[in-house]
Write a protein of this length. Structure first.
Length: 446
């Protein structure tokens, strides 16, 4: 249902730079899915549509999950307490042999439901059977930018199939569903294929979304094998020039940041420290150095197989904490910085930085109402701090609006039967974890 007005809420004001602030007692007026005014409560408004009562709630821009593999929610908790190598080679890549289009769609529905209920209004995805992820996103009413994944080991046919999947997503002609090119990484895709992909991305006017320098071991291996870092590979193959979402980047060096800086208008990095900490990676993404160089950073969850949740608010908190620890500086990432990463930063990586990421007139009406009245948030001396460090998205997100349409109300998903989603996922969960067939989709050896 279309929303005309969010009445009497507090509004998180997220500028492009500087301090994030909170304005009290505001009405947000919406028309045709766009914010047309944010003004003091009680001023007259026009139009026909539903009015959402925001009394006692904090309105924040819809959050963007800037890097995930949404159907991997089906592997949640199935690869714990193992090394990075075993995570790929013994658990996840052998289990992904069991994927089918229908199973991917079931998993994507579960992921979309979790994200919406956590205040995530858009996600940047990178996975197989990408057309099914797009369909699931449409069914639940969430935004998505989806990159069909391929490995060079699948040959020219695999690359072509991924390109065809991009065309299929674009053919949906849905303004809320976008596509990117999705080579898996700089270590599983040849430089020839990366060049072809970068050229194709430029021809279509799309981004490239891939894993680059996921950890420092990958960077060291690349230097030993090729004489250059993964970022340099992405540079010399034209990937950075095409415009790129770099997943993780924990192995990005200071010299790499200098390479990235000239591409800052079209290339950014998604960071998801929870997974890095679980795998004892050191360092984590150099968020402070990237921001200082003007490179956009977004908050990502990766897949739930490594991160366990698709909660972007949690990812923002981890980014703030991990950056403070890595830099040994409490001011290395402020509350305002972290909130901007999850809102404007993620929106930029999704390709919609000019129309999402802030609650301002002229931007699309992706709005999340958060209830900070719970015992774990009280007293609320600073609503920004309560949001970042105390709030729990799955319990505190009250209402979610995407493109002016109400998709979650009073903690309830409105666009799809949640029990049906859960039943469908439970029905296939054990089949996806079956390792009896043998094989793997790829071998991890960066």
């Amino acid at each position: 249902m279309a929303v005309r007005l969010v009445r009497d809420c507090s509004v998180l004001e997220v500028p492009a730079a500087g301090e994030v602030t909170v304005a009290e007692h505001r009405d947000i007026e919406i028309a045709d899915g766009q914010i047309i005014a944010v003004r003091a409560t009680g001023e007259p408004s026009k139009g026909v549509g539903d009015v959402v009562d925001g009394t006692g709630l904090l309105a924040i821009p819809g959050l963007t999950n800037s890097h995930t593999h949404s159907p991997m929610v089906m592997f949640r908790g199935a690869a714990e307490d193992v090394s990075v190598e075993d995570w790929f080679n013994v658990r996840i890549w052998p289990m992904e042999v069991n994927l089918t289009p229908e199973r991917v769609r079931v998993g994507a529905r579960l992921a979309c439901a979790e994200m919406l209920l956590c205040g995530v209004t858009g996600f940047v995805d990178h996975y197989f059977h990408a057309d099914q992820i797009a369909r699931a996103a449409q069914e639940l009413g969430i935004r998505a930018d989806i990159a069909p994944t391929y490995f060079s080991s699948s040959g020219a046919e695999g690359r072509a199939a991924a390109f065809d999947a991009v065309d299929a997503i674009l053919a949906l002609n849905d303004p809320r569903i976008r596509a990117s090119l999705g080579p898996h990484s700089t270590y599983t895709v040849t430089e020839k294929d990366l060049r072809i992909t970068a050229d194709h991305a430029r021809d279509l006017g799309l981004k490239v979304h891939l894993h680059v320098a996921e950890n420092m071991d990958q960077t060291r291996s690349s230097v030993e094998r090729l004489g250059v870092t993964p970022i340099q590979v992405a540079d010399r193959t034209g990937v950075l020039d095409a415009g790129t979402v770099i997943a993780h980047g924990c192995g990005i060096t200071p010299a790499d940041i200098e390479i990235l800086a000239p591409y800052a208008d079209r290339t950014g990095v998604s960071s998801g420290p929870k997974g890095y900490l679980k795998h004892a990676l050191d360092p984590v993404t150099p968020v402070r150095g990237l921001l200082d160089a003007g490179v956009t950073v977004g908050a990502g969850t990766d897949g739930a197989a490594s991160n366990n949740t698709l909660d972007v608010l949690e990812a923002m908190q981890y980014i703030a904490l991990a950056t403070k620890q890595q830099e040994h500086d409490v001011m290395a990432l402020t509350i305002s910085d972290a909130l901007r990463i999850g809102t404007r930063g993620g929106a930029t990586l999704s390709g919609m930085g000019s129309t999402l990421g802030a609650l301002e007139p002229g931007r699309r009406a992706d709005i999340v109402l958060v209830d900070l009245s719970g015992v774990h948030c009280r007293p609320v001396h600073d609503p920004r701090a309560a949001l970042l460090y105390s709030a729990r998205a799955i319990s505190d997100v009250h209402t979610v609006i995407v493109d002016g349409l109400l998709v979650v109300q009073d903690h309830t998903l409105l666009t799809y039967d949640l029990q049906e989603i859960l039943s469908d996922a439970d029905a296939i969960a054990s089949e996806l974890l079956d390792l009896s067939t043998g094989g793997a989709i790829q071998h991890y050896a960066p």
